[in-house]
Every structure is written in C-alpha cells, then in structure tokens.
Design a protein around this ligand. Structure first.
Ligand code: FEO
Length: 396
C-alpha cells in the first residue's frame, strides 16, 4: 500500500500530503447516520523546516494512520499536531502521536486545549500544548499557518487553518461529506447529495456560525479546501455557494417533499394520492416513507425542497412515532422557512394533525397550509375535495 506511487498519489501539493484513512466498514457514523459508501477521517502532513500534522483520526483507524505517518515521515519527527476539532472521529488518535513523538506539541484553540484531558485523562499535557486564538500565526519555515476560530461548526472549540503560502484552507468539518475516497483525493461524486446529508445532519442547526465562517473565508484567497471528511476541493465556487444556501436555510429545489408515516397503508395511500395530485399540477415531487427510509436522508430532503406535505396516522393520542421522530430531527436541525401541509389519519379520534401542528409551531418561520386533511381509516371519494384544496394551498 505504501509504495512511491501511493505517496505521489496522496500529494495535495509538493509540501502538503494527505495521510487520512478510509473507514469502509463503519455501520453508523456518530452511531446514527448510515454510511453505505464509508467515510474518511482526513489528516494532512505539511512538510517544511518544521513539520505539522493537521488533525488525527478516529481511534478505529489509529494503527493504519500511524503506519501511514511513519511512512510519510521517513524517520523524521513531526513538530506539531494541529487539532482543529476534538470530536473523537478526529481527536481519537491524539494520544498515539503524543506517545510516539514525545517532543511533539499540540496546537489548538483554548477551548480544545481545555477539552484534551476530558478525552485523555491518563495523558500529561503539561508543556505539550500551544493555545492559539483568532488571527494567530505559526511559521513552519516557508509555510505559515493562520488560525481562525469557527465555534459551533460543529463544536465550540472548532477552528480552521489557512496556510498562507499555498492558499490552502484546512476547513475542519466544514465542506466535508460522507463516502470513502479509495485513494482518489478529488472524487466529488458524493457532492452534492451526500455532502448535503452530511451538512444538514451534522451542522444544520448552526447556520449562523457557518455564515460567520463563510464571511471569513470570503476575505481570503483560497485555492484549495482540505476538509476533515471526503475529497479535497479545488473548484470552490460550487461548494461555497451551496454552503451559503444551506446555512441560510434556503431551499435548493422549488418542489415538494411528501413524507408519510403509515401503520397499515391507509395513510400511505393518501400521501401517494397527494403526490399524484401535485405532479398533475406540474410540481416536482419526492415521496419518502418515514417508516423505511434513512431519517437523515429525509431530513436532508426536507431542507432541499421548498415545501413539504406530511401525512401520518394517529397513535396513542399522539402521532405515529416515525413522524414524531422526523419532526423532532427537523426541530433539532433548526428547520425553518418552508411551507408545510398536513394530512392526518385517525380511525376514532384523530390526534396526529394537532401534534404535527404543535411541533411545526415550535419551529421558526413555518408557513402552515390552512387546509389540513383528515382521513378516517382509508381514503374515500368524499376526501378528494379536501385533498384538492390542500394541493391548491401547497402550490399557492
Ligand atoms: Fe467530523 Fe464534528 O466531527
């Protein structure tokens, strides 16, 4: 694996090398997001008079990462490990490099330095850390690292790093995506769909902090973005434009998501009927069965589409749990600024509509369509008038 050809392939520039790893057998990223195409834990080596490692990797891959580092360093010792983010998918192997190279110093934000003992209680960090703040720089020789704080993108201790000479932005979680690279550092096939699912579910709540980061990035001349997950980005207008749109909670598609949670099929029939009505009127429609789809994909679609129809059964005087779970996820991710219509089903005392309305009411700037549809067990011809009225309201 560590051949000369491999080493050349993993070059970002003549002085910056990719030393990250693929994780292709992880079932759930952060124990909740399916990653059928795997995920990467990116790490980079900047080679100059002083050598800096940019972030470590998840402890699932410590051995592979360390072997890769040893190969790339070829007997030299690194001077710094820059820790941009303490979440264990990146900070998990910090102790391994500290033990291997006792002179190495950790460079991190003040908050990250404070967090280090929380994750590595057995380690002695005295004299091993350099806390940096906004605008601080660190010279490696011909390369200079400029640190910029990026709190809540995605944790409070996060910072990003701009290498001034080669104009490379090490962007921490920002601009990451799911999917392994298999040695192809610039493979952007996972953009935009997997990048959107990653962004919305990981950073979706933090639109304002992402906007602040984008303003800082906009003031720089950036040639390359090196994120902590997924490919290195060189064609920057497209991903930066999408990040701007996502972090302003703007829909990408002027279409409608019809998301349904049905127990015995009656609600699903009503939802699919609504999808047909909307399509017949020319709308672009995506349907998702919340009982069977990946919830993170449904949340991502809710952000992508401008409008949404929710259809759910009533359940235990509330709403069927898959819909409750979906709305809870949307609340957590600060979903806002969309028009939403509701179809409820109830065989004796419909309650789903009330609960869905209340949950949507707790979100910001939700434009709730006034014409809620109530189905009694199964759809009947007499329900069509209400269905047509909701379709009209959704397309207003
Ligand atoms: Fe990829 Fe927030 O860690």
């Amino acid at each position: 694996m560590y051949t000369e050809q491999y080493r050349i392939m993993m070059k970002v520039t003549n002085h910056i090398r990719y030393v990250g790893v693929d994780d292709t057998d992880l079932d759930l990223f952060e124990s909740q997001y399916p990653v059928p195409e795997g995920v990467t834990y990116n790490s980079y080596l900047i080679e100059d008079e002083k050598i800096a490692i940019m972030d470590s990797v998840d402890r699932r891959k410590t051995s592979e990462w360390m072997a890769q580092l040893e190969q790339a360093l070829d007997g030299r010792s690194p001077h710094y490990l820059v820790v941009q983010h303490m979440e264990p998918d990146h900070g998990g192997s910090i102790s391994a490099v500290m033990e291997r190279w006792p002179q190495l110093q950790i460079v991190a934000s003040t908050k990250a330095v404070q967090m280090l003992p929380q994750f590595f209680a057995q380690m002695d960090f005295s004299g091993r850390t350099v806390a940096v703040k906004e605008g601080d720089t660190l010279s490696l020789g011909n390369h200079t690292l400029q640190f910029m704080m990026a709190p809540m993108v995605h944790w409070p201790e996060v910072m990003v790093t701009y290498e001034q000479t080669e104009r490379v932005l090490f962007s921490a979680d920002a601009f990451g995506t799911f999917g392994a690279l298999h040695g192809n550092l610039t493979d952007q096939r996972a953009w935009p769909d997997e990048a959107r699912r990653y962004y919305v579910n990981i950073c979706g709540k933090y639109g304002q902090p992402v906007q602040q980061l984008l303003r800082k990035v906009g003031a720089l001349e950036v040639a390359t973005i090196c994120p902590l997950h997924g490919p290195i980005l060189e064609d920057l207008a497209y991903p930066i434009g999408l990040y701007d749109q996502w972090s302003r909670y703007e829909a990408e598609c002027d279409g409608i998501l019809v998301a349904y949670a049905s127990i015995h099929g009656g609600t699903a029939t009503a939802a699919l009927c609504m999808a047909d009505l909307l399509r017949k009127r020319g709308a672009e429609v995506v349907t998702m069965d919340l009982c069977r789809c990946d919830i993170s994909a449904a949340v991502s679609e809710a952000f992508r589409m401008k409008r949404m129809v929710l259809a759910a059964s009533s359940y235990d005087a509330s709403v069927f749990p898959p819909m409750h779970d979906f709305l809870h996820h949307l609340q957590l991710k600060a979903y806002k600024g969309h028009r939403v219509g509701i179809i409820e089903n109830g065989s004796w005392a419909p309650t789903a509509g009330r609960v869905m309305s209340e949950m949507l009411g707790a979100m910001k700037e939700i434009d709730l369509a006034p014409s809620m549809v109530t189905i009694r067990s199964t759809m009947k011809p007499t329900d069509m008038e209400a269905m047509e009225a909701l379709a009209t309201a959704m397309l207003d």
